[in-house]
Design a protein around this ligand. Structure first.
Ligand code: FES
Length: 164
């Protein structure tokens, strides 16, 4: 009997892990997990909380690339660049009804919305349809390099042309 007990004690000692060591390792493991979690939340807290949205200012290129008496839609920017006798201006191409992208129809000299049939003049004035407002003019200017710039976030009163 005493021999058997001695064998058990010997086996526990040979396994290299007694009760105290087991709890020490458990405690260290828990501390490690807690430290990793704290580091992750700390990093998230300290990193800037910024939304990376595209700039509202877009470069529409050189004025020479727009023919006189033209209406050009930039689908990505959702802007019409209109080049008339008075100069250049930019219109927001998003319909003021429910936000569909409008299109230029040169055969009827009209900007038309494909969704519910609103129609606008090339100056953005509503001609017909459910759109409650005209297409807004957007601030346009010439950059130092001589390129047309448009600020999509900045609506302006109509009839402010960029003359080149
Ligand atoms: S979204 Fe253009 S008419 Fe309805």
């Amino acid at each position: 009997m005493a021999e058997e007990k001695k064998d058990r004690i010997q086996t526990a000692a040979n396994s290299g892990l007694d009760r105290r060591e087991f709890f020490v390792r458990m405690g260290l493991g828990s501390l490690g997990i807690a430290a990793a979690g704290t580091a992750a939340f700390g990093y998230q807290f300290l990193s800037p909380n910024v939304l990376y949205e595209p700039s509202p200012v877009v470069n529409m290129g050189r004025p020479e690339s727009y023919q006189l008496d033209s209406v050009t839609l930039d689908v990505d920017a959702r802007i019409f660049v209109v080049h008339g006798n008075e100069g250049f201006f930019a219109l927001n191409a998003v319909c003021t009804h429910l936000g569909c992208l409008t299109a230029w129809k040169p055969e009827i000299d009209t900007i038309a919305c494909p969704c519910h049939g609103s129609k606008f003049t090339r100056e953005g004035v509503k001609k017909e349809g459910p759109a409650p407002k005209p297409l807004p003019w957007l601030r346009m200017w010439l950059s130092e390099d001589g390129e047309l710039m448009v600020d999509r976030s900045n609506e302006i009163p109509p009839s402010q042309f960029v003359r080149v």
